[in-house]
Design a binder for this molecule. Sequence first.
Ligand SMILES: NC(=O)c1ccc[n+]([C@@H]2O[C@H](COP(=O)([O-])OP(=O)(O)OC[C@H]3O[C@@H](n4cnc5c(N)ncnc54)[C@H](OP(=O)(O)O)[C@@H]3O)[C@@H](O)[C@H]2O)c1
Length: 338
Amino acid sequence: MSHLPDQGNGGARQEVGHGKPPSQCPPSQCSNSQCPNSQCPNSQCSNSQCPNSHHPDSRWSFHRRVLSLTVNPAGGYCRTFGEAAVVNDLVMVTGATAGIGAACARRFAAEGADLLLWARRGDRLASLAGELEREHGVRVHSGAVDVTDRTAVFDRAAELLERELVPHVLVNNAGLGLGSEPFQESEPGDWDRMIDTNVKGLLNATRRLLPAMIEAGRGHVINIGSILGRWTRPAGHVYAATKYAVRALTQAINLDVAGTPIRVSSVDPGFVETEFSQVRFRGDEARAEAVYEGFEPLTGDDIADAVVYVAGAPAHVNVLELVLMPTAQRNVYVVHTE
Ligand SMILES: NC(=O)c1ccc[n+]([C@@H]2O[C@H](COP(=O)([O-])OP(=O)(O)OC[C@H]3O[C@@H](n4cnc5c(N)ncnc54)[C@H](OP(=O)(O)O)[C@@H]3O)[C@@H](O)[C@H]2O)c1
């Protein structure tokens, strides 16, 4: 399902602004001659038309080159000039209905990126797509896709590619952890769901879209790993194994695209307060809330900031792995609680 039809008008696409008022920076301060607020120090100008602009909501300061994109008659995207940036890129996020994925969708939309959103809950996707189109003036194509269903993933990806909707950024975020029993008491059905979603789901989406990125001569695969892809903990077994696999795949795919401009990265968080624990404890909200008691966990927005930073780095910079933990958490075992 697509909540906004392609604008296959063959004409130049209007720059997407951020819907923010012009700069808080004093007039005549921006050094860029194209900006009405000239002589403003880089990254201080909040005027969305200025190449030195700094999104007022952003906590990560990075330079963005305003890109000009055209929409060809088939409705596809082609970058006409510029280097790495997120403004007007087409960003795909799997698992966009909750937590980190929804936060990434919101954050990329706020930066002016168009979106391809997948998850299983189509009603939530439709509502998020409508919200982002209204608030940010971006285009959102969403589809109720289960990433474990290889046929569905390949078919839906093929439809996108036929419409020349080749993502600039693929955020492989869909994932889950299930159960808290030691391995000897764990459920084989839970192993299957975690492996199918966290590992095979990533493989399915990446395998189908990566060749098109290579052919397009640009692309960035950003996998959401975990600190449990580096260190495991009691009862971490299969979930940790899937995240070790995500880390291995990030490194391996990064090697296999050597010689192309494709970048492959992973963002590996510690505790993030999302629906993750509700899923893990099968809807037991009290138990899920108890996970985050006594310390301040990361939020989905914190991870989205990191993902946008990784995606927005200049084209010659690949952040291979980025590990984030709450300040209260020092490793998988040490979490300071009050
Ligand atoms: N929260 C943490 O502490 C934490 C820490 C490190 C890493 N992570 C990783 O971060 C990623 C996102 O987790 P989260 O914390 O944001 O959890 P969340 O709030 O439960 O969100 C998970 C998302 O994945 C989607 N999803 C699950 N199975 C799917 C499937 N088969 N096909 C398509 N989409 C699917 C869900 O959407 P639908 O249910 O609508 O399909 C939902 O949008 C996961 O890979 C997780 O392993 C989380």
